[in-house]
Design a binder for this molecule. Structure first.
Ligand code: ATP
Ligand code: MG
Length: 445
């Protein structure tokens, strides 16, 4: 595939509906500086695809024949990054332009160090030509280049036609491309949800095999890919596409994909993205793992105090999930806090209310409580709804009314005899410092 010479189609970009005004001026600046220095400098990938579809690109990626070091020398505000391969990040204020050097797919059997026995790519940081760079990309619609200077689109792989046909098609042989990198199946699902394109039918035939190969993917990479799916603005649809597949089972074994909480939270997140509100993958991961966490609390019943059972359950649940998807610590901490706050928000003990309302995770935990109240069935539903409404009201009223609400809780909730806690022993295998941060006052029943 990489050996054969293919004639690229060079097309007038304006005739394809892509004009330079739609491109970030910083990205144009990067390509200009590269070309002025005698290198190639082209926009590539998702940004070209999105521009041709009339969508606003999330970010702009540049491809070049300059090495990462040469790029670094050319741009003062740049640094080299990369887990799997080195790329240059060029910073313009808040905008980051990724500049990557043309790479080629490594020929299958010739160079065994690059592939595992199953044909999976282990290394792919071998530099190549523009043409080779096109062919190593995943889908035809992701392998289009745009030259802002000549205002041309360059297409080696029939990507323009597939954009018109609204089709997600692998470059080359589908099974080979999936075995090389099974994460591409997750990417197909993400683009299907985001673009409302049809994936080539053969992709679904490999879900099972790709799911089995997930165990071999570094958990940090899976986090990156799942995060992109959850924060794509099409999380609800992405999850619906993933839910019924063995991939969901491989990635989130403890999750019941039909849980109503999940769809509600995903739709909330999509809406927040649409209106420009901040979102965090921590919230959706807390949602995806919530039922598993709850079930694990049940397992400790009778053995531990409820508050300790919750801490243990959270640790166990996250530890199992971390083996598959590496959730960075700031997010796992967020998840623990949102979970641990649920119980406290439900009980609304008078003496804790002000502290809860001032907690850094209050807002996220409140949002979580609200969607639980909206989706929970059965006996707890009424109590959840009451608690959620109470907190909604508490945030709407002024300080005076808040004090009255607290007072009302105090009188309606006769103070229980407090358990003596001095000398209480904590289980030693729990990272209690992180798990109970800011929540040290154990007030739950
Ligand atoms: P988005 O708009 O969501 O960022 P994207 O297409 O830009 O979509 P990225 O993950 O940013 O997706 O990847 C940038 C480009 O790198 C892709 O368009 C594709 O050409 C190439 N690429 C990314 N991941 C792979 C992969 N696993 N295999 C082959 N090519 C890939
Ligand atoms: Mg991108």
């Amino acid at each position: 595939m990489t050996g054969a010479r293919v004639r690229a189609r060079r097309l007038d970009a304006q005739a394809q509906g892509l004009t330079r005004e739609h491109v970030s001026s910083n990205a144009v600046d990067v390509t200009t500086k590269l070309q002025d220095a005698g290198f190639a400098g082209l926009l590539v990938g998702g940004c070209v695809r999105d521009l041709l579809l009339g969508l606003t690109p999330k970010d702009f990626d540049v491809a070049t024949d300059a090495t990462p070091e040469q790029v670094k020398d050319l741009f003062r505000r740049s640094r080299l990054v990369g887990r799997r391969f080195r790329i240059a990040h060029v910073r313009y204020g808040r905008e980051l332009i990724e500049v990557s050097t043309f790479r080629r797919a490594v020929a299958d059997k010739a160079d065994e160090r690059h592939h595992s026995d199953a044909g999976m790519i282990l290394r792919d940081n071998v530099y190549g030509t523009l043409e080779e760079d096109a062919f190593r990309r995943d889908f035809t619609i992701n392998a289009l280049y745009y030259d802002p200077q000549s205002e041309e689109v360059i297409d080696f792989v029939g990507g323009l036609q597939d954009l018109k046909d609204r089709c997600i098609r692998f470059i080359g042989d589908t099974s080979t491309r999936i075995r090389e990198d099974p994460v591409r199946v997750l990417r197909a699902i993400r683009f299907q949800a985001k673009l409302e394109f049809d994936p080539e039918p053969a992709i679904a035939d490999y879900f099972e095999e790709a799911a089995e190969l997930m165990a071999a993917i570094p958990p940090a990479r899976l986090f990156d890919e799942i995060q992109k799916l959850l924060l794509s603005g099409q999380a609800a649809q992405g999850w619906r596409l993933l839910a019924g597949t063995p991939l969901r089972q491989a990635l989130f074994p403890g999750c019941n994909p039909e849980e109503p909480l999940i769809d509600r939270a995903m739709r909330n997140t999509d809406e927040r993205i649409r209106v420009g509100k901040p979102v965090t993958p921590g919230f959706l991961l807390a949602v995806l793992l919530w039922r598993d966490y709850q079930n694990r609390i049940g397992e400790f019943e009778g053995q531990l105090k409820p508050s300790e059972a919750r801490v243990h359950a959270a640790s166990d649940c996250l530890a199992v999930q971390q083996q598959i998807i590496a959730v960075p610590r700031r997010f796992s901490q967020f998840i623990r806090e949102v979970w641990q706050l649920q119980d406290r928000l439900e009980h609304r003990l008078a003496r804790s209310i002000e502290r809860l309302a001032g907690h850094v995770r209050f807002r996220a935990a409140y949002d979580f409580l609200v969607i639980r109240a909206e989706t929970e069935q059965g006996a707890t539903a009424v109590e959840l709804a009451e608690a959620a409404e109470w907190w909604t009201r508490y945030q709407e009223v002024g300080a005076e009314k808040q004090s009255a609400m607290i007072e009302e809780r105090r009188t309606s909730q006769p103070r229980k005899k407090r358990r003596r806690r001095r000398g209480r022993r904590r289980p030693t295998d729990v990272d209690s410092s992180s798990a109970e941060i800011n929540l040290a006052d154990s007030e739950s029943p």
